[in-house]
Design a protein around this ligand. Structure first.
Ligand code: GAL
Length: 455
């Protein structure tokens, strides 16, 4: 393990270690042969007086520490506390393993994913990394970047503790490739009840059309209807407008080829997205999702569309009260639908601390790990047998909705469930152009082409 960790830090140290090891071996041979000659030959006697060459290397004073390097993008308030809670539990169960938190900041992993791709390319993977269940993970499986974890999953008895749909999203050809730690909901619109009251708005909008009507009132009173952040939050908004305008089946059809991107109804849904953007603060958009959310709390903006990690940020990190200081509901037109995503952890091929990485995965898959992580993070547990009493406020409602058989489940675009990385990247490029030129038909055409080319 020690040699491995050195080689990770600097390849030249590996050479050094190997040289020293060989040197000791040769020294030992020399000592034996000179001792064998010492009775007859003077020079050998001289040699015998030399300080004795140890027969074996001294054992290290302290046992070599094992370690595990875990890669994620959870550095923001709320998310970091969730990760820290799980790390603390991991450390108490594995006191001899040094935990290296290799988290890279930036919402939705925009920065982290680029760095990770370079590391994987260079053959220098962390010991475990965060990957969304779904097509984002499937790319890694197909590229043989992640190990088959079926044995571990079965040894831990996790298979029947995970919902079938989620299990499918981490399985290819019957083999399971990651350990899901949570379930997030993407289709949520957040607001401050007192702001709505002050504006004379009865409640959050039930359709995007109603949202636009409210936006006119909001604008007249000098506020922004919707706070938004960087490109990935614009993509996140796009999926919720498409979902609300098309409904869950046609939304899902966008990702399985059954809904034609170039149809009139998709163009109409995109025109609604354009309208929604026009009443947002996109021209001065926030640097990330937290500062966008801050605008809702300070009252300059009325709504923000974001996943339920915002509950971790407002409810736990900022200690705001659910229902009083803030409230949340399904994005317009998506009541009864759970637009889901799941953070899962992998064991990359070539991980240097395999056994320790498995220990980390065991933490992620355990009831205790999930029940420590998720209440802080603002997500519900991936496991079906977690302790419900740990999920209060918004999370109690989320857990109820997630487990309700009547809830319709669809997968997130912006968070890796329904689009592979190639299609996701094409959509990013096309969306960057679209938010500038607002050409709905042009965007639909670009996505249709990308979908055909990448499926
Ligand atoms: C998602 C991730 C969430 C949360 C969010 C904001 O992609 O799955 O756990 O971190 O980004 O950064």
């Amino acid at each position: 393990m020690r040699t491995n960790s050195l080689s990770r830090l600097a390849p030249s140290l590996t050479t050094f270690t190997v040289t020293v090891a060989l040197g000791l071996g040769l020294g030992l041979t020399a000592a034996v042969s000179t001792a064998g000659c010492s009775k007859t030959k003077e020079p050998a006697k001289e040699a015998a007086k030399e300080p004795a060459v140890p027969a074996a290397p001294e054992p290290p004073k302290e046992p070599a520490k094992d370690q595990v390097e875990v890669f994620s993008w959870w550095t923001g308030a709320g998310e970091q506390e969730g990760l820290d809670a799980m790390i603390a539990d991991f450390k108490s169960k594995n006191p001899t393993i040094e935990f290296i938190n290799a988290a890279v900041s930036g919402g939705a992993g925009t920065n982290a994913k680029a760095i990770l791709a370079n590391r994987l390319q260079a053959g220098n993977p962390p010991d475990s990394y965060q990957r969304h269940a779904g097509l984002e993970l499937a790319d890694d499986i197909k590229a043989a970047k992640v190990e088959d974890l079926t044995k571990l999953v079965d040894a831990q008895g996790w298979r029947d503790k995970l919902p079938k749909g989620l299990l499918d999203a981490i399985t290819i050809d019957g083999k399971i490739y990651s350990v899901p730690v949570n379930i997030h909901r993407a289709n949520l619109i957040w607001f401050v009840p007192k702001t709505l009251q002050a504006l004379g708005i009865a409640g959050p909008p039930k359709s995007w059309k109603e949202f636009m009507t409210q936006a006119a009132t909001i604008k007249a009173k000098g506020k922004t209807a919707l706070a938004i952040g960087p490109a990935w939050t614009q993509k996140h908004l796009l999926e919720t407008v498409l979902l609300g305008e098309l409904g869950p089946d046609k939304y899902t059809g966008l990702w399985n080829g059954k809904t034609d991107w170039k149809s009139a109804e998709v163009t109409a849904a995109l025109d609604m997205y354009k309208a929604v953007l026009s009443v947002s603060d996109i021209k001065s958009s926030a640097a990330d999702w937290q500062p966008a959310a801050d605008r809702v709390i300070d009252g300059t903006a009325v709504y923000t569309v974001m996943g339920d990690w915002l509950d971790g940020y407002w409810g736990r990190a900022k200690k705001l009260a659910y229902k009083t200081d803030y409230d949340v509901t399904a994005t317009p037109g998506s009541a009864g639908v759970y637009d889901f995503l799941s953070d899962s952890f992998t064991l990359p091929v070539g991980a240097k601390h395999h056994a320790a990485a498995e220990k980390w995965l065991i933490e992620c898959g355990s009831v205790q790990g999930q029940d420590l992580f998720n209440p802080q993070k603002g997500s519900v547990p991936a496991r079906t047998d977690a302790d419900k009493s740990k999920y209060q406020g918004y999370l109690a409602a989320a857990l109820k909705d997630w487990q309700d058989p009547a809830t319709k489940i669809v997968g997130s675009l912006a968070h890796g469930v329904v689009a592979n990385n190639a299609l996701g990247a094409e959509i990013d490029t096309a969306l960057g152009i679209y938010v500038e030129n607002r050409d709905s038909a042009g965007f639909a055409g670009a996505v249709a082409k990308a979908y055909a080319a990448t499926k």
